[in-house]
Design a protein around this ligand. Sequence first.
Ligand code: GLN
Length: 539
Amino acid sequence: MIPMTTKYVFVTGGVVSAIGKGITAASLGLLLKRRDYRVALVKIDPYINVDAGVMNPFQHGEVYVTDDGAETDLDLGHYERFVDESLTRLSNVTTGLVYGEVIRKERAGDYLGQTVQVIPHITDEIKERLKQCASHHEADLCIVEIGGTVGDIESQPFLEAIRQMRTDEGPQSVYYVHVTLIPHLATVGELKTKPTQHSVQELRRAGIQPDLLVCRSKYPLTDDITRKIALFCDVPVSNIIEGIDTEGSLYEIPLAMERQGIADLVTDKLDLPQRAADLTDWEQMVQRSNSPSDRVDIAMVGKYMDLHDSYLSVTEALCHAGAANDAEVCIKYVDSEDIERDGAQAHLSDVSGVLVPGGFGDRGIEGKIAAIGYAREHNLPFLGLCLGLQCAVIEFARNACGLAGANSKEFNLDTPHPVVIYMKDQEYITELGGTMRLGAYPCVLKEGSLAARVYGASQISERHRHRYEVNNAYRQVLEGGGLVFSGISPEGDLVEIIELPHHPYFVATQAHPEFKSRPNRAHPLFRGLVAAALQQADA
Ligand code: GLN
């Protein structure tokens, strides 16, 4: 087959942030992939940070980690879950990365005496990065989401670059989707189109005329409203897609877009063959998650409980695991500092399972340790992720092995029993960005262990993002106390998974398995937790 040249679909957003550009890009990716097109996805983040690695998840949401160890925006998680492709660091472009590279080239003398400017040097660098990602995936279609809102100062060079691409690549190779808001004004009981008109005007000021609008709205758009949007924004009525707020599963959104023919509109304009998509499995998955026969309560004990986006992939993985078990998982978000104040019993006596996710810093740590101790002693199914494993080791060391004051060196440098320590080659960290153990690493599972049973494999690979590790000097005493190291790095030097026999489900991993859970392929550790919690609830 002769490879096609890549065509580009750009997704911009107007009126407000968090309007659903990521889900729109991901949905389009799914619908095009199901039409047998090879798809690449890129998220552009106009902030000056080089990556999301040192950004506060409380402000910015979860840091999503790829197999190749990039610390990226959470939208890449949506892309991977919808499109089911393993993305790389090429899929996240930031202002920091682009300017960093241009400045490096300037210092190296690569520009041969030229004055280095936003146009063409920065815009060329942006376009180059998009092409690199498309070519890495040998993509027929590369979907590029531009973060932020049209009109932001920071996004101007990116809008300029994508404007240029229509001229560079030709009008049949570039498509512009604009996601916008149609607010409902309660006082007059009407949907209002003016913000959308203004945001399209703003886009036009940057030289971009959208081909298609996705209109987010609380209520269905009337014919009147659609005609008005079409008239003012110069977009045909057929290309105005309604994006009604959904109460149900996020995974319904691509189905709603498919019904409105979004993928055919795109391929038609881009002169690509029209193909049908088989979405039967996706429809069944949505059906399953919308009408579960059972329900189960699982507590998530963490620090950033006010902003659920901080644990987005964990929440999604629990929801996938629910669908796989034909049950609705109701997550009880418990702030670990509340457990420090009230005790674990007060917050965990009404749940059937406990999950302790990843995290950094010592705030709320004792609450997480107490929650794990409660789960261990009350036979409550437990899953620990990354920091969750480290806290489980601390708890076990203190309360089952008699190592009073055991701790991680992250929380107490003077602990008498440092059961969790800095990893060996990282004793002298001087920079925080990109210096953790990041990305996919293999792990060998112990035969006959719970981990080997739920994974149904003897070797696995999971993504990591951490600096600290179980201290090998304490392995013997912890094993003596009954803790099982059921997942170890192939070299044998790193503890990856721990578990407790004689407990219905007590398992923790140093990795972040949540990143690899998919809506129709729930991650085994999460599926196992929900299955065990359901049994617990029945008992
Ligand atoms: N703070 C711990 C570490 O650096 C755990 C990190 C995490 O949970 N992602 O090792």
